[in-house]
Design a protein around this ligand. Sequence first.
Ligand code: ZN
Length: 391
Amino acid sequence: MSSKERLIIFDTTLRDGEQSPGATMSVSEKIELALELELLGVDVIEAGFPIASPGDFRAVKEISKVIKSSRVCGLARAKRTDIDAAIESLAGSQQKRLHTFIATSPIHMTHKLKMSPEKVIEAAVDAVKYARGFIDDIEFSAEDGGRSEPMFLAELIEQVIKAGATTINIPDTVGYCVPHQFGAFIKQVISNVSNREQAVFSVHCHNDLGLATANSLAAIEAGARQIECTINGLGERAGNAALEEVVMAVNTRQDLFPLETNIDAKRLVGISQRVSEITGFAVQPNKSIVGRNAFAHEAGIHQDGILKHRETYEIMRAEDVGWSGEQIVLGKHSGRNAFMNRLAKLGIHFESKEGFEAAFSQFKRVADQGRGVTDQQLRMFLDKATVSVDV
Ligand SMILES: [Zn+2]
């Protein structure tokens, strides 16, 4: 047993991720991904929003039947009809969570809900109490929490914990917060909740300003112990915090975040590719962790450094997140060391220095014209007279 504190990973690829315009998934695709998420080691799988559509209801119901080691979660507004639908869809689950929410920012309470802050607290408390009559694991989210008044939020949270909520999620629904401010905000809210020890605090950050992962990490520092995220950062608008980024930031910077997750990082690339295939959303090549160039070094100085001592330019190992094969791309920026290394891997050795130099010049000419030199191209232009080939 490790003595490290646990960081709970709550994946919402199947719910918030699917809310990306154009990323609709079929029920069978959702079941397949849920099984992958379970293998990945996700603690909580948010499987859908059961009242939203018959498809969502069915997805939560079917996923509840097949998932054994992760908790399955269904979303519901703070309304009994929503909660009833979620409870019904989760009935077959071995470990279930009900997630209910209501907006708490002045702008949402006034213009969307048209409810007074007192009425919002009442509705939140009623929803949590009602849901707790059926399910023990209740998460409450303060929608648009990032733009809410901290003292009002603390008061509301204290009430919903009293009503039985076991996880309190504070989302930056609109992706407006910035790390140092969000961290201070989360700290202020948590410290003003007198019964804070009775619940796990969580955040759910959106990426409208490209800060979802950074805000999630700031919240961890402020005391959050659950992060809501998605594979490839899929989600509404600019998306959610990317699971792979949060997990690898924690794994790589254990000096700053001495927490452990249950994630099997070697599965990150595989599940990223599967999500991309299913949704049709390509992963940009320079995407952190799971982009095809995330570990590909082309600059000659970098390649030389990597070949001599990997840690010179790499903070993570490609194979630790599931990449296999060559991560050095031979291109016009590659140097002699990388070129020779690749030839050796192909079983090609030079008998003379001149031969090698001639081949290297030729490689540079070819590389200058294209995007990267493949092993096949290398074999084709090498003068057989100057090399010997291992068989
Ligand atoms: Zn969201």
